[in-house]
Write a protein that binds this ligand. Structure first.
Ligand SMILES: [Zn+2]
Length: 238
């Protein structure tokens, strides 16, 4: 019987908020773009932010100060497209740095490399639930060991939409879902590009991990490729 009460109180909360909602901003949204490295996540994010910008909405981009691979004041895709952005160590400082008045006028906030922000959940909650912002974030869902990376997956219960992009396997050209680390460095946050990482399909991820484990010194990617190809041939024969 106690479960019978719950829908009534929920619907009364809804209608209350509808009645008082006229003085509040329109409801916010959260959209999540995930995938391995080289899947075009930043490109997809920039496309959406630019499209919102063209539609007359106020937009701002944020990226982590941990990632200084391309430029410190721009989000830059692997193919060189640029967009100015705020570079911050955390997200909750954004409102104060951006200015409270300017923040209030913002419609859309883009977050690149979202896995680097520890306060992602709290920021997204506040921005979408209470401040009426549309938050579009892009980040890695998994690290090089395919474990959940940072707090990106924690946002999924809050999200309106989730897009998982794929790359092309560097070894066979099939769809790549994972990021393989080419070096024997084991710390989770090792920032790098194609010199350190490559996108791989499931089979080549498993093969690549086996090569990494077997190697005692720095792993030469070519050996991984040769081993993977010979494995492919063997399975093709079978
Ligand atoms: Zn492959």
């Amino acid at each position: 019987m106690s479960s019978f009460k719950s829908p009534i109180s929920l619907s009364s909360i809804d209608s209350d908020s509808d009645r008082t909602g006229t003085s509040r901003r329109s409801s916010g949204e959260i959209h999540v773009i995930v995938g391995p490295m080289f899947a075009g996540k930043t490109t997809a994010l920039l496309r959406r932010i630019k499209s919102e910008d063209k539609n007359g909405r106020n937009v701002a981009m944020i990226k982590s100060s941990k990632d200084t691979r391309y430029a410190i004041d721009s989000v830059v895709t692997h193919d060189g497209t640029k967009f100015p952005c705020w570079v911050l160590p955390n997200l909750l400082s954004f409102r104060q740095k951006f200015g409270a008045d300017a923040y209030d006028k913002l419609d859309v906030i883009g977050i690149d490399e979202a896995q680097f922000f520890d306060d992602l959940y709290d920021f997204c909650c506040k921005a979408a639930d209470y401040d009426g912002k549309t938050v579009i974030l892009a980040g890695l869902d998994g690290d090089y060991l395919r474990r959940s990376f940072g707090s990106v997956l924690g946002i999924i219960p809050l999200a309106d939409s989730i897009t998982k992009l794929t790359a092309r396997c560097e070894l066979c050209g099939k769809r790549a879902f994972f990021t393989l680390r080419k070096t024997d460095e084991t710390k989770t946050e090792l920032i790098g590009g194609a010199d350190v990482y490559m996108p791989v399909c499931r089979q080549h991820y498993v093969n690549g991990q086996a090569v990494m484990k077997a190697a005692t010194a720095r792993v030469v990617v070519e050996s991984c490729k040769v081993q993977s190809d010979s494995y492919l041939e063997e399975t093709a024969v079978v």
